[in-house]
Design a protein around this ligand. Sequence first.
Ligand SMILES: [Zn+2]
Length: 158
Amino acid sequence: MPMTFSQYDDPTGVYTHKASTGGYIFKSEAEARERCAAWNEWAAAMDTLDSLPNVLTRTDYENVCQKLNAPLMTDADCGNYGVQFGDFGPWEYTAEYCVKMALAKRRLREIEAAKIAPEPISRPYPPKKTGQLWEECPHCGSEPVYMPLNLCGACWPK
Ligand SMILES: [Zn+2]
């Protein structure tokens, strides 16, 4: 929602400027205009991200960065503290920077998801040999075979 401002008579009787989105009081019209413009530029930039998936593969990430003219970050940089925990608001950061970090965050989600993907189930250990019999192995005919599978050492599962 675009932010506008209006004159506002605060309880002390001093005229200030209040943002239409609520929560912000500006001390002068110049500050109000500047902040509203920054907010609106940021909000428009964030709107362009709405149609994107929340999780981006490397290929999708590179395509989106190119389309939006956002600087590319390496996968390693996408995992940095700022991307993980940063809160990028319209008044401290440029809209371009907020877009860059928002895209990196979507890239990071895929990297993190790949990290916690379950490991392939490892094969169970083969049964322990519990005793030996002088019999022919049913697979290859050599002796002896071992219990409980009654297979020779060469045919025993590894
Ligand atoms: Zn055998």
